[in-house]
Write a protein that binds this ligand. Structure first.
Ligand code: PXP
Length: 251
């Protein structure tokens, strides 16, 4: 069960995922651009949190980045990781305020879907237990399905992040409306069961507002679209523009 009272109808947090700042750095194997500097600018632009995915293959974010982020971020760090031994051990030592467990496949370009909670969930249960034991709030990245919500509750996660990829990739308006209804229903079910509701993946300046308008949704994690815009207008402005859309969606 959640460790603190769930306050719904609160503003939705904007957590900025800065993985792709590190992607540009790793493309050249140099030390720029530095995702730690990017986190400072994102916070100055109004980010409510900084999200990074420490992948097992370390294709973008490195251990050094996470360590420096913990020392410098003034909001909070949401650490995304797979329920896998190496990264789990690091997270236990780092004790982040929040961790989001995600599925990970080496060959994927980005996280392709939510955690599969339909089969054996022992490794997920173990990861939740270990992270909670060091005081970390655990969120599970799941598809917006009722069964996945129910399993997240049974596993004792404090939060779920609803995968918005299907909504973002909808082929037409009707498809998008159907996916939005799935997100709304999953958010309501999770809220009723006492979960904190987060959402993310594939959200852009064009499609974010209907998701941000879901009352139960407490946090959005957005990366690629913000980092893409930042190349053109600067990160602080890109975050501020997304922040205005997220916060304006409920007025
Ligand atoms: N949430 C999760 C769990 C993710 O894995 C990602 C991608 O790293 C995001 C949100 C952000 O997705 P995007 O970069 O498409 O905004």
């Amino acid at each position: 069960m959640p460790s603190d009272t769930y306050a719904h109808l609160i503003d939705c947090r904007l957590c900025v995922n800065i993985d792709h700042v590190a992607t540009v750095r790793e493309a050249r194997g140099t030390d720029e651009p530095d995702p730690v500097r990017a986190a400072v600018l994102a916070e100055l632009g109004g980010a409510d949190g900084i999200t990074v995915h420490l992948r097992e293959d370390r294709r973008h974010i490195q251990d050094r980045d996470v360590e420096l982020l913990f020392a410098t971020v003034r909001t909070f760090v949401n650490l995304e990781l797979a329920a896998a031994e190496g990264v789990l051990e690091l997270a236990e030592a780092w004790r982040p305020a929040q961790a989001t467990l995600v599925p990970e496949k080496r060959e994927e370009v980005t996280t392709e879907g939510g955690l599969d909670l339909s089969g054996d969930t022992d490794h997920v249960a173990e990861a939740i237990r270990r992270l909670q034991a060091v005081g970390t709030r655990v969120s599970l990245f799941i598809d917006p399905d009722p069964d996945a919500i129910d399993t997240a509750v049974e596993l004792g996660a404090e939060a779920v992040e609803l995968h918005t990829g299907e909504y973002a990739n909808a082929s037409d308006r009707d498809d998008a409306d159907r996916e939005l209804e799935r997100l709304e229903a999953a958010a309501a079910r999770g809220l009723d069961a006492g979960l904190h509701i987060h959402a993310g993946h594939g959200l852009t300046y064009e499609n974010v507002q209907p998701v941000a308008a879901i009352d139960a949704c407490e946090e959005l994690n957005i990366g690629h679209s913000i980092v893409s815009r930042s190349v053109l207008v600067g990160l602080e402005r890109a975050v501020a523009e997304m922040g205005r859309l997220v916060r304006g969606a409920r007025v």
